[in-house]
Design a protein around this ligand. Structure first.
Ligand code: SF4
Ligand code: ZN
Ligand code: ZN
Length: 314
């Protein structure tokens, strides 16, 4: 049987079929296409200025590690910019410790400065301690991910600001974005989509803008990118992974994508089109300073401090 030839270079042997474009790609053209897509997304949404200090959030998973490798290449086109990696250590025994090592190894290989901030040093508790405490007291109906998400968001902002970053890049893929769109609808909170942009607005001087260069790249391709480039990443799941609704949405979207190639892009693009209208009806909340920690918040006390207060009340 003769080899299938790459649609792009017409020479290499194709190893990957991209259903939504009909392309059959060789390894070289596949890598190049992902690099170019990330570069084009950064340009399209004007994510970077020529002299930006960029912090990449590296968890050690495939998306964030692939992003680190790609940004290390792209950043060379911005001679006055700089790139550092930041990792949040939530304190999840047997999981995050291994991911931290992988993140550090990748940074070393690329010669990128690596900064780590832990829940323990920032909040006084590891995530393991928080969950154990809440379970013992039967205090909360929220999932571990709900706590982790809020506390990690704040930690990333703190560390990005500490390293004087202008932009915080995260490895959110097209899959993450479309799942979040549907989650917001299913949670009855569609107006949140006004803020779920490829690059967030500069809403507060202390809030580092977040950019998502992979927002138009399917997760399958970021995983394949890491695999083809032999990038080391962590692939064991977090022991607390419990976002049942997100998992159902993931399965649903993957099934839809298999039957109707390109449907994730269609969802993403639809929201891009209606976002300005959603932003108009979303009530503009004032951006305040949390009276406990000083971080930006829409209320008086930020969500992270509210969660920590709940832990401390008997
Ligand atoms: Fe945190 Fe949940 Fe992710 Fe685990 S799966 S790291 S608890 S958000
Ligand atoms: Zn090719
Ligand atoms: Zn606070």
């Amino acid at each position: 049987m003769s080899a299938v030839i790459c649609t792009i270079c017409k020479r290499g042997e194709a190893f990957f079929f991209r259903p939504y474009s009909g392309e059959k790609l060789c390894r070289r053209c596949f890598i190049k296409s992902v690099d170019e897509k990330a570069r084009a997304t950064i340009a399209k949404y004007r994510m970077l200025e020529f002299d930006d200090e960029i912090a990449v959030a590296v968890s050690g998973g495939k998306d964030s590690v692939s992003l680190l490798h790609i940004l290390a290449k792209i950043e060379r086109d911005y001679p006055k910019s700089s790139l550092v990696a930041v990792t949040v250590d939530e304190g999840i025994r047997g999981y995050r410790d291994e991911a931290l090592k992988i993140a550090a190894e990748n940074c070393k290989k690329l010669g990128i400065e690596h900064h780590i901030v832990s829940f323990k040093e920032l909040y006084g508790y590891t995530l393991d301690e928080i969950i154990k405490h809440l379970r013992k007291k039967g205090k909360s109906k929220l999932t571990p991910c709900a706590y982790c998400g809020v506390l990690r968001r704040k930690a990333l902002n703190v560390v990005a600001r500490d390293v004087k970053a202008d932009k915080l890049a995260t490895g959110h893929t097209l899959d993450d974005e479309t799942q979040t769109i549907l989650l917001n609808i299913l949670h009855g909170d569609p107006l949140r989509m006004a803020r779920q942009k490829p690059i967030t607005d500069k809403a507060h001087p202390n809030l580092v803008q977040r950019m998502k260069p992979f927002c138009e790249i399917p997760e399958k391709e970021t995983a394949l990118y890491a695999y083809v480039k032999k990038i080391t990443f962590q692939d064991i799941p977090c022991p607390y992974a419990s976002e049942a609704l997100r998992n159902d949405i993931r399965l649903f979207l993957n099934r839809m994508e298999e039957k109707h190639a390109g449907i994730k892009f269609t969802i993403f693009k639809s929201i891009q089109k209606i976002r300005p209208a959603i932003a108009k009806i979303e009530k503009k909340e004032e951006s305040n300073k949390c009276s406990k920690c000083g971080e930006p918040t829409t209320g008086r006390i930020c969500k992270a401090c509210q969660m920590l207060q709940q832990l401390e009340t008997p």
